[in-house]
Design a protein around this ligand. Sequence first.
Ligand SMILES: [Zn+2]
Length: 315
Amino acid sequence: MTHRSARLVQLPAAHAVGLAKYTDYPANSSRSRVLAFSCLVHYDKGRLARRRIDLMERIESPYPDGCRSAVSLSFDDGCGSQLNFALPILNDRELLSTFYIAARDSAPGYEGWADILRPWKEVAGQGHEIGNHTRSHICSRAFGNSREGRYLETMTLRDIEADVLEAERRLNEVVGQAQRTFCYPCYQDYVGEGLTRQTYVPLIAKHFIAARGRGEYANYPLTCSMSYLWSYPVEHMSGSAMIQLIERSRSLGQWLVLALHGIDVGSLAVAKEDFLEVCDFLARNRSDIWIAPVIDVARRIVDWRASLAPPIQQI
Ligand SMILES: [Zn+2]
């Protein structure tokens, strides 16, 4: 880490200004140093990417500061309990996380999409990532028993891309983070059905550095698909069961992404005491486990892969 920080100082001033703007972190804060450097490649893909490879030596580990593994806590759908219960617990322990918010046109109690997104601007200001969860959060019609309405089965690739990009426009306008990751609603990555069914993963890969799907396993940094990262849905799971997952991923050097919804509230909730148990465990083990938003781990892994010889193609 020392050599990368030293090399950052050698960058032209214009780039340093760009980096500070890009990362949304104070330019000289300790946690921003590696991130700021790693963001070079995304700030100006192409010219800066080539320069970065020239400047950088091999990044020895996909995880910083001697950590053996990474954990990202990710929360879907902007449930009220995330703001009321999860955030104070996370902030008390300085555990930065990712919140995937659908930039919906309307919701009960809100005046429109800007009103829905507004509370998350402050959350972003606390250092958490606010990720893209589409505009309309459309899933398979097989969840219900009606063929009326708009579902993945009736959408085209063009439809889903427009929905995702409108969400991105709204998030940029209200939340303002320069880059974010994507989360597939209901973990589903396709449109159409039968002969017309197609994955929309390539569209997401075009627009995002990384995207979270669902899997039965944690991610190996060398081999995981950045455009469909695996995550564990942990609803109703006990604290000790979640800690077991974390310990297993630590022993294997993996990046574990936990997918959470409500805390104590809602059908996909984790109980507050179980959530607390996990957060306390993570806080106690942060010298060994890198706990960071999906975007931060993705950037680090992308740069680590690029520094390998030969570089790994990012997909
Ligand atoms: Zn969702």
